[in-house]
Structures are given as structure tokens and as C-alpha cells.
Design a protein. Structure first.
Length: 135
């Protein structure tokens, strides 16, 4: 089970809809050969967040002070765990300190101040006649 660090709702979401956030302080890592920037996320933690994402919007929020001086980034960054699904991105898996771990590229994250600017799904509990596609 995931024990979220923060449970919240945003004004643009349907009433009563909650989101979960896992907040982690992360050290910025750099691939020496290609110059990619990334953070580590252990496989167990990702699995827990994916499980919770079946029921809630789950956000992986990181605090990485080294990003403060890089244009387009901030010390606080987020991504929706749904963005890490296999059909959306290929994750690189490594063994770090004997634990299966994924390298999450920094370019998948967005500054925290953009959290309220994302597109959300239409409310599921509206009193509208469903549209039926004709074949």
C-alpha cells in the first residue's frame, strides 16, 4: 500500500476527487557519456504508486535544489505516474545498491507551478446523455 505524503484536491477537479503526492528529495544524476539528467526511483516505490494510480491521480513530486539554476526547471518538479506507463515512455532499469531502480529522466518532470495548468479528464458524474458512436 502507498502511504502518500500529501492528499489534496484542486479547484478544477470534480468535487470530492482527491489526488495523492509522493514527495522525495532527490539528488540530480548525470549520465557521463550522453549528458542526460535523471533521478533514481526504486522499482518497489514505482510499483506502489502504479497501484495507487488505479484509484487516484498520483503525482511524483521531487525536490532537487540543483535544478534551480537550469532554465525551464525549478527546485520543485512533478510528474503524473501515468506518464511512466510502458506505452508512454521506455524506462531504463539498473541495480543501484542491490535494489532494482529506474532512471527517471528530468525532462519528464514539470515545474510544480504548472500542476494547475494541466488538462484534466471531463467529469464522470455529469447529467448529460452519453454520446454513442455509430458504426
Amino acid at each position: 500500500a502507498v502511504s502518500p505524503d500529501i492528499i489534496f484536491s484542486l479547484p478544477t477537479q470534480p468535487k470530492g476527487f482527491a489526488s495523492l503526492a509522493q514527495v522525495k528529495v532527490k539528488k540530480l544524476q548525470k549520465d557521463s557519456s550522453k549528458g542526460w539528467l535523471f533521478v533514481y526511483l526504486d522499482e518497489t516505490e514505482l510499483h506502489r504508486m502504479n497501484l495507487a494510480a488505479s484509484f487516484y491521480d498520483v503525482y511524483f513530486v521531487i525536490n532537487t535544489p540543483e535544478l534551480t539554476n537550469i532554465e525551464g526547471y525549478s527546485a520543485w518538479m512533478w510528474l503524473n505516474i501515468d506518464d511512466l506507463q510502458k506505452e508512454n515512455v521506455t524506462l531504463i532499469r539498473r541495480e543501484i545498491c542491490g535494489k532494482p531502480t529506474f532512471l527517471i529522466p528530468i525532462n519528464l518532470f514539470k515545474p510544480l507551478n504548472q500542476l494547475t495548468k494541466r488538462q484534466i479528464n471531463a467529469a464522470a458524474n455529469i447529467d448529460a446523455i452519453p454520446t454513442i458512436a455509430t458504426v
